[in-house]
Design a protein around this ligand. Sequence first.
Ligand code: SMG
Ligand code: MG
Length: 372
Amino acid sequence: MMGPVKISAVELRRVHLPLVRPFRTSFGTETVREALVLRVVTSDGEGWGECGAASEPGYSSEHVDGAWLTMRKFLVPRLLDSGSVSAAGVQHLFAGVKGHRMAKAALEMAVLDAELRSAGMSFSEFLGGVKEAVAPGVSVGIAGSVAELLDVVAGYLDEGYFRIKLKIEPGWDLEPVRAVRERFGADLMLQVDANTAYGRADINHLAKLDEFSLLLIEQPLDEEDLLGHARLARRITTPVCLDESIVSARAAADAISLGACSIVNIKAGRVGGYLEARMVHDVCRAHGVPVWCGGMLETGLGRAANLALGALPGFLLPGDISATSRYYKEDITAPFVLTGGTIPVPTGPGLGIDPIQSSLASLTTETETIRR
Ligand code: SMG
Ligand code: MG
């Protein structure tokens, strides 16, 4: 049986994971994933969480230093003072703190992990997963040249990824998309992600992507521009998918009702946790809107939880869930690998995976323990 846990300490940890190749998006280039992972120590054992925030506030307003401070100063004290808490009650405890969804999500994830580990239930079982494995997709950064991009994509297809997402920005859109489509053929599942790099004035330009039969175009316009996305969606045939704009189940319902998207990328951090992520899934499913699992270059901890989320029935498209080797040479957990073309969903209690203590120690650059 699941039940509330009593938290005695929260250990924050900054880890530095060098990427196997730089990842360039419309808002910047990352060469190292700096991640904030945390451990809650409870009366019934421990639980692990991971924050989706990056070093810099380029994807969203959150970033590692800000999340750390928010946890230390506002969120962790609320958890420690609560007596006992269950994952379902964490957001209520945090209600007096606006925003900071990624920070809140990380703590909720750790509490949920602790509760599930002590109850012997997996994340997937708890969330309502129906798949034993998920189809891997890969997100391909902006390259130095089209030739280089084609080599990178060819490599991923050889490894067994069967959906390719190309990062685009003004000046890197029609040409690379055409080249990939021509080289790898009409059957390749291909989509693009602009991370808000375009404006309403670009709608006619974006319509030129229609000839490439893309699965979707992800977040072309500003995160707050739902109306612009609705206008775009009426003007183009490529389905519009939202990422940054969807910060809650309510935002998903609104965007769908407005006609701003017909597909949704779900990231637990962006919406404030795995429980809200499940609600986004439920809202989309009720509207017949397919969803897929986004990625924030997670360590094995976040990857385990994303695999569980991706096992829900509304996840009808391959997500940005790739094998560990696509990101890191060394991770803080054992690597996730492609087995028979898919990645198995962990089945053990909680996340179903533990940090490797020696890797965690050597990749950690800072820790802070907050006690009652
Ligand atoms: O985890 O494979 C991954 C990264 C997927 O492209 C990806 N994420 O906007 O969807 C997105 C980006 C956000 C992170 S960019 C550093
Ligand atoms: Mg995106």
